[in-house]
Design a protein around this ligand. Structure first.
Ligand code: FO1
Length: 334
């Protein structure tokens, strides 16, 4: 297969920040119009009465260069006047009311996106259509597609009695990630609705020349996509053209709770642990230079291993990683 950076189609399974950075690098070496981001929506939630799709918005804001680089979510040059005004209602809110959740911050400009998504959903528009409109509004050239148009919710089961609740109770992903700063131990993760949800892009994945598993959290960003009806089997069948990038570098996640989550769920928090999680669906994994000594162990798992710089501290590095990723499947990269 001769890889053509103009026309060969690339589909990227994406979560939030790491995936968004990778997609930005990919745009430097591959035609964005031949690039599809299939994005996790297990983080989606209704808060402040608004439909929120964090990973979709992080991908769109990043690709349109509007993301707040420090936070990794929301918009740069943001103001928080609405959240300030909301504080007065927290005092009058009845116990048990979910109104005015002050732990979940929505910036004033970011509100426009949630207003629009919520209004369009209330008119019956599906998630793909709404996402296409929002991506177009932000002049994003890539196709950004929610993993499904159906509702799927990632739920976190608590390992111990803690501030978030009792051992065995389930909390929503945003409560876990934001309200409790992912500082609570996890016993299990569930993707409510995934088994019956209709996966998007199955045809596109079959036709793609390269399928990339972005450097996102293998459990709660890539896991929900894999859990969709028919998705894992499709990836297994197309394993030769699937290449994953390890989000774990030197045993740690560059951002978020992936490392702790892996160990809490009985996996190894290392590039080798990630390779084991992906061995059934990815023929190749790309790991960072600091993990070079894991290459042989990974290849003994039956996964081809390429060692390079995977820490995308600038766009040039992200572009080089993207090129290495694409070449790894077209067989050029030794
Ligand atoms: N993350 C936080 O840590 N605190 C917040 O208040 C917060 C608000 C928020 C609003 C919109 C949005 O799209 C994302 C937001 N996030 C916030 C990040 C979000 O929880 C994460 O991006 C994903 O769910 C994890 O990848």
């Amino acid at each position: 297969m001769v890889f053509n950076s103009e026309s060969s189609s690339v589909v990227v399974l994406a979560g939030g920040v790491g995936a968004a950075r990778f997609l930005r690098g990919l745009a430097l070496v591959h035609n964005p119009k031949a690039t599809t981001a299939l994005v996790n929506t297990g983080d989606d939630t209704v808060l402040h009465g608004l439909n929120i799709s964090p990973d979709i918005d992080t991908v769109i804001y990043t690709l349109s260069e509007a993301i707040d680089q420090v936070r990794g979510w929301g918009l740069s040059n943001e103001t928080w006047r609405a959240m300030e005004s909301l504080k007065k209602y927290v005092d009058v809110r009845p116990d048990g009311s979910s109104a005015a959740p002050e732990w979940f911050n929505l910036g004033d400009q970011d509100l426009a996106t949630h207003f629009y998504r919520t209004a369009r959903r209330s008119e019956g528009a599906d998630a793909s259509q709404i996402t296409t409109e929002i991506a177009r509004a932000w002049k994003v050239a890539q196709r950004v597609v929610p993993m499904t148009n159906d509702d799927v919710a990632t739920l976190v089961e608590l390992a111990h009695d803690c501030q978030a609740g009792k051992a065995g109770e389930q909390i929503s992903f945003q409560e876990y990630f934001v309200k409790y700063h992912h500082n609570v131990a996890v016993r299990a993760i569930y993707f409510k609705g995934a088994q019956t949800a209709k996966a998007n892009c199955l045809e596109e994945l079959k036709q793609a020349e390269v399928i990339v598993i972005a450097p996102s959290n293998p459990i709660v960003s890539i896991g929900p996509i894999r859990a969709l009806n028919g998705m894992d089997n499709l990836l297994i069948t197309n394993r030769d053209k699937v290449v994953a990038i390890s989000p774990i570098v030197g045993g740690l996640a560059l951002k978020g709770p992936a490392d702790r989550m892996l160990t809490e769920l009985g996996h190894e928090s290392s590039a080798l642990g990630v390779a084991r999680l992906y061995a059934a669906i990815a023929s190749t994994i790309i790991i960072d230079n600091v993990d070079a000594e894991l290459k042989d162990a990974i290849e003994r798992e039956g996964v081809r291993c390429i060692v390079t710089n995977t820490v995308m501290s600038d766009q040039k590095i992200a572009g080089e990683l993207a090129l290495t990723t694409l070449n790894s499947v077209s067989g050029k990269q030794k």
